[in-house]
Design a protein around this ligand. Structure first.
Ligand code: GLV
Ligand code: GLV
Length: 327
């Protein structure tokens, strides 16, 4: 019997054709609608491999019913939807999609920074809504970007790529990370900072840290209060790193100037969410890596990881380095 692969969202046929030649592949029938949990569990119970989205929870419950499962390839660099320790305990390899999305995600993060600073979305809507009646000296005037200080929280590959873009804008780059990153310090002149100093001195605070127990609820009202009144806050990592109620109050009370958000505590965010009622919030639907080239590259990497593990070869981008094939 051919190994069985379940893909939790409808992907373009060309993206999965390589798998179909060798394996039995079943794909959920919608691009938008989530696979219901009970169907996911039934499929997982049969599957040798799963190709998942960040919206699917891969937890102890799922892993314990998945007797044949060898690999979960998650179409994202982040893997906070997956209980990695439990996966290792069950002998299931977890693969993600780092590197292929680094530059695209950095581009979008910087675009979000620019949009929030220079009020691009507000300004574009202003024109389309027929509100532009005259050229006015301070019409939609925002914050300068060039020569300002950018504070990057989470200096991984995406953080480094954002730092590189910031250098092109003559920005002063500071960062906070669990460990020092000598390559970005040496190559880009980025300066390591404590979290508190970064928050106090940055004009742009850019959050790119993974969601972990340490980073959950990292940005609270207390932190926003320490920021400059002109500060622009950008989040392109995971929603729960930020306390959204606190961010809302900080923006509403003028404690910071603006926010650019690609991620939210609950996705999709409800259109009536208080944050979306503020004109100084630029909100995007979690599209950090969403260029056609990059999303196709991420799908290919998931496919290659699954194929490698099912053919007993080394996976390309393994998350749980302690994983060994035991089933
Ligand atoms: C997207 O958020 C990802 O983790 O790739
Ligand atoms: C603006 O367009 C200017 O000419 O200053």
């Amino acid at each position: 019997m051919k190994p069985y692969i379940f893909i939790t969202r409808k992907l373009p046929d060309e993206a999965v054709s390589a798998l179909k030649e060798k394996y039995e592949v079943n794909m959920w029938n919608s691009e938008e609608k989530l696979v219901p949990r009970d169907i996911l569990l039934q499929e997982a119970a049969k599957a040798d491999a799963l190709l998942t989205m960040l919206s699917e929870k891969v937890d102890e419950e799922l892993l314990s019913v998945s007797k044949n499962l060898k690999v979960v390839a998650n179409l994202a660099v982040g893997f906070d939807n997956i209980d990695v320790e439990a996966a290792s305990a069950h002998g299931v390899a977890i693969c993600n999609t780092p590197d292929v999305l680094t530059d695209s995600t950095a581009d979008l993060t910087f675009a979000l920074l620019m949009a929030a600073a220079r009020r691009l979305v507000e300004a574009a809507e202003f024109v389309k809504e027929g509100k532009w009646k005259s050229w006015t000296p301070l019409l939609l005037a925002g914050q300068d970007i060039h020569h300002k200080t950018i504070g990057i929280v989470g200096m991984g590959s995406i953080g480094s790529a954002v730092a590189k873009r910031a250098k092109g804008f003559d920005m002063n780059v500071i960062y906070h990370n669990r460990s020092r990153k000598m390559d970005v310090e040496n190559e880009l002149g980025a300066v390591y900072s404590s979290f508190d100093d970064l928050v106090l001195t940055s004009d742009f605070i850019v959050c790119l840290t993974p969601l972990t127990e340490e980073t959950r609820n990292l940005f609270t009202r207390e932190v926003f209060k320490k920021m400059k009144k002109t500060a622009v806050f950008i989040n392109a990592s995971r929603g729960p790193v930020v306390n959204e109620q606190d961010l809302y109050l900080a923006l509403k009370e003028g404690e910071i100037a603006a926010a650019g958000l690609d991620v939210f505590e609950k996705e999709p965010i409800d259109e009536n969410h208080p944050l979306l009622q503020l004109s100084n919030v630029v909100a995007l639907p979690h599209i950090g890596s969403a260029s056609i080239e990059t999303r196709m590259g991420m799908m290919k990497l998931c496919v290659d990881n699954i194929d490698a593990i099912l053919s007993e070869k080394e996976p390309l981008t393994l998350v749980n380095k302690d994983w060994t094939l035991t089933r």
